[in-house]
Design a protein around this ligand. Structure first.
Ligand code: PGA
Length: 250
C-alpha cells in the first residue's frame, strides 16, 4: 500500500546510459533526505539495468515505460515482467498517452497490460486522460470511464493495492499547458468516486501529469485528491527534480 506522495520520473526516449546512471545517483542522494515523498524512475529500456543498479539499496523504485503481460513469446519489441524483474525493476507504466495516440494502443490492450502487470506483483501506473476536443465537448468523464472500465471491473484486493492511476490530460502533456487546479480537482474527484463505484475499494493514489514544473507544482500537490505527479520534461535534470521533491515533501 502506497502512503507517501509519489514523484514519478518518466524519462521517455531521453538520456543515454551514462546520463541515466548519473542522474539516478543524484536522485538516490535526494531521496535519502525525503520524509513524505517516494521517487520512482522510468528510464528508457536500455538504461533500466543501470538505473536499478545505481538505485540498489535506496528508497528509489525503478520501472519500465511499458510492459507486456505475457511471460515470453513472439512479441517483437516488447518486454516481459520476468525480464524486468531480473533487472530489479518493480513497477510498470501502461497506457501512456504517447502509447495510446502515437502507437495506437487501444483501451483493451492497455487494460491487458495493466491486469497482467498487476497480477505479476508489480506496481502499475495506469495512465488515463482525455484529448482537447473531448474536454471541450464535455466528454472527459465518459472517456475516462472507457479507459478505466476494463481494468476496474476485475480488480482483486492485491491488484488494487499495487495500482496507481495517473490522470494526464493529453492536451497538457509536453505542451506547457497545465490543467487548472479546478480541472484537476474535479477530474480527480470523478476518478475517485468512479473507482469506488466500479471496484468497491477506496480509490488508489491518483497522480497528475502534464507539464508539471517546479513553478506550478505547489498548486497541484496541495489539492486533496492528488497523490503525486508523473513528470516528463521536468524530470530530466537533478535541479528540477530537487525543486519538485522539496515542494512535494513540505
Ligand atoms: P510532461 O510529460 O511532464 O513533459 O508534460 C508528462 C508525461 O507524459 O507523463
Amino acid at each position: 500500500v502506497i502512503k507517501k506522495n509519489l514523484l514519478v520520473a518518466n524519462w521517455k526516449m531521453n538520456l543515454g546510459l551514462g546520463q541515466s546512471r548519473e542522474l539516478t545517483l543524484g536522485l538516490v542522494e535526494l531521496a535519502g533526505g525525503l520524509k513524505n515523498t517516494e521517487i520512482w524512475v522510468a528510464p528508457s529500456a536500455t538504461s533500466i539495468a543501470a538505473v536499478c543498479t545505481a538505485a540498489k539499496g535506496s528508497a528509489i523504485k525503478c520501472g519500465a515505460q511499458n510492459v507486456h503481460p505475457a511471460k515470453s513469446g513472439a512479441f517483437t519489441g516488447e518486454i516481459s515482467i520476468p525480464m524486468l524483474e531480473e533487472l530489479g525493476a518493480t513497477f510498470g507504466i501502461v497506457g501512456h498517452s504517447e502509447r495510446r495516440h502515437q502507437f495506437g494502443e487501444s483501451n483493451q490492450l492497455v487494460a491487458n497490460r495493466a491486469i497482467g502487470t498487476l497480477k505479476s506483483g508489480f506496481f502499475t501506473i495506469l495512465c488515463i486522460g482525455e484529448k482537447l476536443d473531448e474536454r471541450e465537448s464535455g466528454a472527459t468523464n465518459s472517456v475516462l470511464k472507457e479507459q478505466l472500465d476494463p481494468v476496474l471491473s476485475d480488480l482483486s484486493k492485491e491488484m488494487h493495492e499495487r495500482l496507481v492511476i495517473a490522470y494526464e490530460p493529453v492536451w497538457a502533456i509536453g505542451t506547457g499547458k497545465v490543467a487548472t487546479p479546478t480541472e484537476v480537482s474535479d477530474t480527480h474527484a470523478f476518478i475517485s468516486s468512479y473507482y469506488r463505484e466500479k471496484s468497491k475499494f477506496e480509490c488508489c493514489p491518483i497522480l497528475y501529469g502534464g507539464s508539471v514544473t517546479p513553478d506550478n507544482y505547489a498548486s497541484i500537490i496541495s489539492i486533496d485528491a492528488v497523490s503525486g505527479a508523473l513528470v516528463g520534461g521536468a524530470s530530466l535534470t537533478l535541479a528540477s527534480m530537487k525543486a519538485l521533491a522539496e515542494i512535494s515533501d513540505r
